[in-house]
Design a protein around this ligand. Structure first.
Ligand code: PEP
Length: 258
């Protein structure tokens, strides 16, 4: 982390977990455990049906609620889909885009790019995910693969909006597996992502953009991962479902930094 130049962001991704009633219960417990004072930015991205309960519960807090996906179109015949202006109206501040679980369902880099542009247009903070498979890591093409995902995902994002984008590096082999990237592996890729942003935009923008690590981050390994200079926070799946664990990760994000 480097709080002098950029925001630290701790974001939860609930995936397809918790009902609206369970959301209410989680938020009550979570609020009771949260400390007051200076905190990093906190986001909880929840299933669409849980958004109203989450927004209601977190209204007076610093926790921003987010969605786990959006549709890039403004409106129309897209049964089952949710547009970015609907998310904004429901009280969302964030939206996860291009999670590997959605890419596995067929989402392409072009889809990711269209959603990032739509989210920015609506005033949402897109958390744009990228990550390599185990095969790609073993074939030693991680850096090239990630650079390509970043370039395609950010295509057409104007200079004055790039700082609003949060990038999450999530190696696919580390998601939900209990197998975390080492802090050194995660740092190396996050540093590489920053270098891509520098090339596409400028040093100033690269220095200001928040890059998160995701993949089995938990209350035990968060401190070490977040101590790395180019890891500005975490996108957390499993551990964000348990208030005690999520709060401990937030506390790890409050460690002293350069
Ligand atoms: C995720 O879903 O983005 C994720 C990182 O999951 P987990 O923390 O459970 O690996």
């Amino acid at each position: 982390m480097n709080r002098k130049y950029r925001k630290t962001v701790i974001a939860g991704n609930w995936k397809m977990n918790k009902t609206p009633s369970e959301t209410k219960e989680f938020m009550t417990n979570f609020k009771a455990m949260m400390h007051t004072g200076r905190w990093c930015d906190i986001a909880l991205c929840v299933p669409a049906v849980c958004i109203p309960a989450a927004v209601r519960a977190m209204r007076e807090t610093r926790v921003g609620i987010g969605a786990e996906n959006c549709n890039a179109n403004a409106s129309g015949a897209y049964t089952g889909e949710i547009a970015t202006n609907m998310l904004v109206d429901a009280g969302c501040k964030y939206v996860i885009i291009g999670h590997s679980e959605r890419r596995a369902m067929g989402e392409t880099d072009a889809d990711v790019n269209a959603k990032v542009l739509a989210a920015l247009e609506a005033g949402l903070t897109p958390i744009m995910c990228c990550g390599e498979s185990l095969e790609q890591r073993e074939a030693d093409i991680t850096n090239e693969w990630i650079a390509m995902q970043i370039k395609l995902g950010l295509k057409g994002v104007p200079e004055d909006k790039i700082r609003k984008v949060v990038i999450a590096y999530e190696p696919i082999w580390a998601i939900g597996t209990g197998r975390t990237a080492t802090p050194e592996q995660a740092q190396e890729v996050c540093e590489g992502i920053r270098a891509v942003v520098r090339k596409l935009y400028s040093s100033k923008n690269a220095r200001a953009i928040s890059i998160l690590y995701g993949g089995s981050m938990n209350e035990k390994n968060a401190y070490e991962l977040l101590a790395k200079p180019d890891i500005d926070g975490g996108l957390i799946g499993g551990a964000s479902l348990v208030p005690e664990k999520f709060v401990q990760i937030i506390e790890a994000a409050n460690q002293p930094t350069v």
